[in-house]
Design a protein around this ligand. Structure first.
Ligand SMILES: Nc1ncnc2c1ncn2[C@@H]1O[C@H](COP(=O)(O)OP(=O)(O)O)[C@@H](O)[C@H]1O
Ligand SMILES: [Mg+2]
Length: 385
């Protein structure tokens, strides 16, 4: 029997600081998608936001390698790919229109391509935050991972905490500041925060990722510097109590409305905290799977991971990160990442491998979940009449 291959649009790159990580994640997706069942299409978002159809899928399997390649090729002029545009009113076989580039006569310049499902392997703002998901909703194409709301809530550390708190999840005490408050009354706010929360504190831009703009403040003077830094990246800043000698525990969640949790893993870092260097350039951090935790804590983190996923109304996948106070054993939910690093050496895929699902099987499952969610939505009424 001949089964039609599913055409999978893999969107990668993107405008965020996690552009390189996304390319590495996409390379792994291309490498492992079963070609007897899927026909992948490489759709690349350049750093300036331009969508292009890549001639070749990416191959570098680690962010450090992508950065090296970019450095090497920066001396050569980058050949612009053919532009691609997602259409917001698709027909049967046109979800994506592709500019054939110069040379053709006007009428033939644009060609259409149908996509059966899209995998937005994008991390950070303009990709993991609901913006691209909104475009995919308009195009009415099934896509892997979180929808608009979950993506947006998962990207905004202030709203994520509201959603977690509403579900009774354990959080480190925190405060949120807006740029205008800081501009007008910085000393008042800094004092109030220090008084309410004490030190040390972690200060973070609300909408970012990759530990960018995050710092630890131990004194009043540190706090001013840390908040100034965070406001360079966002108009909203979250200040939270530092979990003492925090262990970084991570759990993979997979599914739609009734998802499963993977085994728990731990990132052991020799750095002050799990910063950009440690995350992507593999400097001084080692994943340990399963995490060395007692049975009760293992059960608790898996349960809380599913709860956190549901708190943001997740779908498809998410990695839920915890901070565990080393001495007291108190556990805090730190964040959900709705499109976690997705290379074969990323924590998310390793957690599932350790839970009995290899990378190719994980891709199958994610695509199936995307199709299921889309089909369920298609079946809903859209008006009262
Ligand atoms: N409240 C906290 N207590 C201790 N460490 C923290 C706290 N918040 C963040 N960190 C450290 O900073 C890292 C990055 O913070 P996180 O909130 O996860 O931001 P990002 O979205 O950039 O990953 C964490 O992995 C952890 O090492
Ligand atoms: Mg994090």
């Amino acid at each position: 029997m001949h089964v039609k291959k599913l055409r999978v649009g893999v969107i990668y790159g993107g405008r965020s600081g996690e552009h390189e990580v996304s390319i590495a994640s996409a390379a792994a997706v291309f490498k492992h998608l079963d070609r007897t069942r899927y026909e992948p299409v490489a759709i690349r978002i350049e750093k300036d936001g331009r969508w292009t159809l890549a001639d070749r899928p990416p191959t570098a399997l680690a962010a450090a390698e992508v950065i090296d390649q970019a450095r090497l090729s920066s001396t050569h002029a980058v050949r612009p790919g053919r532009e691609a545009h997602l259409v917001s009113y698709p027909t049967q076989d046109t979800v994506l229109t592709i500019d054939r580039g110069a040379g053709g006569d006007e009428g033939a310049r644009v060609t259409g391509l149908g996509l059966d499902v899209v995998f937005p392997v994008l991390h950070g703002p303009y990709g993991e935050d609901g913006t691209v998901q909104g475009l995919l909703e308009l195009a009415n194409v099934p896509y892997v991972g979180a929808g608009v709301l979950a993506s947006a809530v998962g990207m905004d550390k202030a709203f994520m905490k509201i959603a977690f708190a509403a579900r009774g999840l354990p959080l480190a005490p925190y405060r949120v500041l807006l740029a205008h408050q800081w501009r007008d009354q910085r000393d008042v706010h800094a004092q109030a925060i220090a008084q309410a929360l004490g030190f040390p504190l972690f200060v973070k831009p609300a909408n970012l990722g990759s530990s960018v703009g995050i710092s630890k403040a131990r004194t009043d003077a540190d706090l001013l510097t840390a908040i100034d830094l965070a406001f360079q990246f966002d108009r909203k800043v979250v200040v939270e109590v530092a979990v003492p000698a925090a262990r970084e525990i991570e759990v993979g969640v997979l599914g739609n409305d009734d998802p499963d949790a993977s085994v728990a893993g731990e990132i052991i870092t020799t750095r002050e905290f799990y910063d950009y260097q440690a995350k992507y350039l593999d400097e001084g951090s080692v994943p340990v799977i399963p995490a060395d935790l007692d049975e009760a804590t293992l059960v608790q983190v898996r349960r809380l991971a599913v709860e956190a996923f549901k708190a943001v109304d997740g779908s498809g996948l998410a990695r839920v990160d915890f901070l565990l106070a080393r001495e007291s054993g108190t556990l805090y939910v730190n964040e959900v990442n709705t499109m976690p690093g997705f290379t074969t050496i990323s924590m998310y895929s390793k957690l599932w491998a350790a839970s009995g699902l290899d990378y190719a099987a994980l891709l199958d499952r994610l695509i199936q979940l995307a199709l299921e969610r889309h089909a369920a939505k298609q079946g809903l009424r859209t008006s009262a009449m």
